[in-house]
Ligand binder design. Structure first.
Ligand code: GDP
Ligand code: MG
Length: 193
């Protein structure tokens, strides 16, 4: 992980810091229909929507995680469909310390978009954002268009974590969020505790 900017801690540790309560803003990024909203629905509510529309989206949802015996809250932000027009505003990214950069393993086009989303994320966020590249829909084995090793390679190249997930069968969903939150927590621990 590269160096964090000044103010990283101040900007992102919640008001309740004194009670050792941490709140991290995490953003979901990626093309339309890759499964961002369903990853959040699975993670936060253990639900899945076979025919989801952008209307199921919530602005953000807060989920508690246990990291090394400490309670950490992930405030996960979801888009409301504006990514279809590549019109995600800077307000969406503002203050984010973590990101899930999501593509659909059964649609190569969504993998090809990752570079642009990563660029946008880096442009709009004031600090280094702990990012995991997520190849979602790993259950769609027969229509796979992006191999696991391609995903891994891109992640290594860009210095990102990597995981394949399925919001449908729950595979790796909690693990993907946990990876990001844990890394943020570890960085803060090294920096300020
Ligand atoms: P978003 O536009 O990125 O938020 O994507 P959605 O969460 O709305 O999902 C788009 C479509 O993909 C919906 O029909 C979902 O049911 C479906 N979907 C999402 N995740 C998965 C998954 O892991 N596996 C499969 N097979 N379908 C999924
Ligand atoms: Mg959505």
């Amino acid at each position: 992980v590269t160096l964090l900017g000044e103010g990283w801690k101040m900007a992102f540790v919640s008001e309740e810091e004194k009670t050792e309560d941490y709140l991290f803003k995490i953003v979901l990024v990626g093309d339309s229909a890759v499964g961002k909203s369903n990853l959040l629905a699975r993670f936060a509510r253990n639900e899945f929507y076979p025919n989801s529309k952008s209307t199921i989206g919530v602005e953000f949802q807060t989920q508690k995680l246990d990291i090394n015996g400490k309670e950490v809250k992930a405030q996960v932000w979801d888009t409301a469909g504006q990514e279809r027009f590549r019109a995600v505003t800077s307000a969406y990214y503002r203050g984010a310390v973590g990101a899930l950069l999501v593509y659909d393993i059964s649609r190569r086009q969504t993998f090809d978009s990752i570079g642009r989303w990563l660029n946008e994320l880096q442009t709009h966020s004031d600090m280094n954002v702990v990012t995991i590249l997520v190849g979602n829909k790993s259950d769609l084995k027969d229509s796979r268009e992006v191999s696991t090793s391609e995903g891994k390679e891109l992640a290594e190249e860009q210095g990102l974590f990597f995981m394949e997930t399925s919001a449908l069968d729950s595979s790796n969903v909690a693990a993907a969020f946990q990876t990001v939150v844990k890394e943020i927590y570890n960085i803060l621990s090294r920096k300020v505790m």
